[in-house]
Design a protein around this ligand. Structure first.
Ligand code: HEC
Length: 120
């Protein structure tokens, strides 16, 4: 009885998570990488060293959710590496480390990630 309940839970987790996962990636892209016309997306503010503490902590959460998600394309190792680069760059900036901004600019390279992980 206990055992089958556990199995059911595992099944729910396995079948449910990819749905949330894809969503986490899209949300992060729409909210932080792409902005309505005429405004700067959060990623650009970060690259310019102009992001507020609130924006940085929101962004960090979005990247952590993205990192926990399965990439729709490409392999997991590459996905992990790219997301970790984003996460550690944001953490560096939060910690006041000046090299964080240049790390971030490298990590947030749209094309480098899309060419490997974004479905056509
Ligand atoms: C670490 C990887 C990564 C980086 C860096 C990245 N993207 Fe993405 N992006 C993705 C993936 C993966 C998708 C596809 C999501 C899906 O289809 O589930 C995507 C999708 C998108 C989408 C479509 C979202 C939608 O509506 O489905 C936009 C817009 C976008 N990215 C903008 C950007 C911009 C602009 C940048 C650079 C400033 C950027 N992305 C950097 C991984 C990345």
């Amino acid at each position: 009885m206990k055992r089958s309940y556990f199995r059911l839970l595992v099944l729910i987790c396995l079948s449910g998570s990819p749905l949330f996962a894809d969503d986490a990636i899209e949300q992060a892209m729409k909210k932080y990488h792409k902005a309505p016309q005429g405004t700067d997306p959060v990623c650009k503010k970060v690259s310019n060293g102009e992001a507020t503490a609130d924006q940085l902590s929101e962004l960090l959460k979005a990247y952590e959710a993205m990192a926990a998600a399965k990439p729709p394309k490409g392999n997991q190792a590459s996905w992990d590496e790219k997301n970790q680069a984003l996460i550690s760059a944001v953490k560096k900036i939060q910690g006041g480390d000046a090299s964080g901004v240049s790390d971030y600019k490298k990590a947030v390279n749209c094309k480098a990630c899309h060419s490997v992980h974004k479905p056509d």
